[in-house]
Design a protein around this ligand. Sequence first.
Ligand SMILES: CC(=O)[C@@H](O)[C@H](O)COP(=O)(O)O
Ligand SMILES: NCC(=O)COP(=O)(O)O
Length: 254
Amino acid sequence: MSASHTRLSVNLNAIAQLRNRRDLPWPSVTGLGAVALQAGAHGLTVHPRPDERHIRRTDVFELEAMLRRDWAGREFNIEGYPTEDFLALCEKAKPEQVTLVPDDPAQSTSDHGWDTIGQAALLRPVIERLKRQGMRVSLFVDAEPRFAEGAAALGADRIELYTGPYGHTFDPAKRAPLLDALDVTAKTAEGLGLGVNAGHDLTLDNLPALIARAPSIAEVSIGHAITADALLYGMAETVRRYRAAIGDTEVLAV
Ligand SMILES: CC(=O)[C@@H](O)[C@H](O)COP(=O)(O)O
Ligand SMILES: NCC(=O)COP(=O)(O)O
């Protein structure tokens, strides 16, 4: 199998949510992040929401310090809605990538992408502000080519394809048109010079068909299913299984 283009970023939200059940420091967000990196995850992703239901500001800075200290070459990806607080957090943590997500604070999870055309006035100055400070900017979008076109016009570096509808579909026949939409949006983005990430409800079951259809996807960020599988197989073995599912055979320095 030829080396994959796709890399895995492990989202630690669910680990943090489990930790927050008690006033105790375990399961350790940094500890399990380190296990994931040791097993070859290309990076770590967090989505610090305003209510700190899972990832806390303190987690962000502990992870940033650990990555900078111990994991040269691995990436930190911070996701969130561009409030002033969120932008200030990113400017302090300086992750390699910021993924902007149009979530309302009351949402239970991310369930749609940006209207990169209708919300251009909000997004453009934010993208410029983050890029000026050396952070790569990715915009979370639904699988519609027009949103990739809007992201390119705004000067974003990447899009992240919202794969929730695909992840919620288990019938291969019903998955086909969803894969078509993801593929055409990815190809539209690439044709405009954008990188393509993907995420939300990706699993060991649905990843191979997605990567086979859109092999140019640069990064998949996965948290919910990886955490569920880690309860069965352990984090290290789970990361190895997800890397195999995306065809990532790169030998990384540890
Ligand atoms: C943007 C996205 O789809 C996910 O990365 C998001 O982080 C999920 O958030 P919760 O973990 O809070 O459901
Ligand atoms: N951007 C998607 C992500 O980071 C994790 O989403 P999920 O795997 O928890 O659904």
